[in-house]
Write a protein of this length. Structure first.
Length: 186
């Protein structure tokens, strides 16, 4: 529910360690949103495989069940994969896009790259909403870049980062959310 503040239930259709045939198996439960990666990427120890047939199948199920996809962008080419989905009628013209930065062997967390990605996203989808996620030690910095550029949302939490500082683990997701709320207020 994009226009209503409050809790959004979002499922992951990510493929790290899951059988591809099971990745969209819970979508019939109709969460508000679900992640959708539109291309493959090298991770440190695996290839996060998202072949075209699987991506189209998951996008079709999301459309069928009225689920808002969160398009996860690990590489510039993934924006063009999202555009192909829209051209096939599997994605609307106002998708929510999340740039994922700082994954080893994938897109580095560099401010200039965020500008390139954001410009390309706005060219392909002028009405899109967006955010950027920094993985690990990049979480706070990428959040700051996104806020400065007027992101529609921010992302934080233990899924992407387990530390508050190099020396200290986060006590909980709540601590990371509190730090993110402080960043928004600033």
């Amino acid at each position: 529910n994009r226009l209503c503040p409050g809790m959004i239930v979002q499922f992951s259709t990510g493929g790290r360690g899951r059988d591809p045939s099971l990745r969209s198996s819970a979508l019939y439960l109709r969460p508000d949103m679900a992640s959708l990666s539109t291309g493959s990427v090298n991770f440190p120890t695996i290839v996060y495989e998202n072949h075209t047939t699987l991506v189209e199948e998951m996008a079709g199920k999301m459309k069928e069940f009225g689920i808002e996809p969160e398009i996860e962008i690990f590489d510039l080419s993934h924006l063009h994969g999202a555009r192909r989905l829209a051209d096939k009628g599997l994605l609307d013209e106002r998708p929510h896009i999340q740039f994922v930065m700082g994954v080893q062997n994938a897109m580095p967390a560099e401010e200039g790259l965020l500008d390139i990605l954001l410009n390309e996203a706005k060219r392909l989808f002028p009405a899109c909403t967006w955010t950027a996620a920094g993985i690990g030690r990049h979480q706070a910095q990428v959040m700051k870049w996104a806020l400065v550029r007027g992101a529609d949302a921010i992302r934080t939490g233990l899924e992407d980062n387990i530390r508050v500082t190099k020396e200290r683990l986060a006590a909980s997701n709540a601590e990371l959310v509190s730090l993110a709320a402080d960043a928004v207020r600033r």
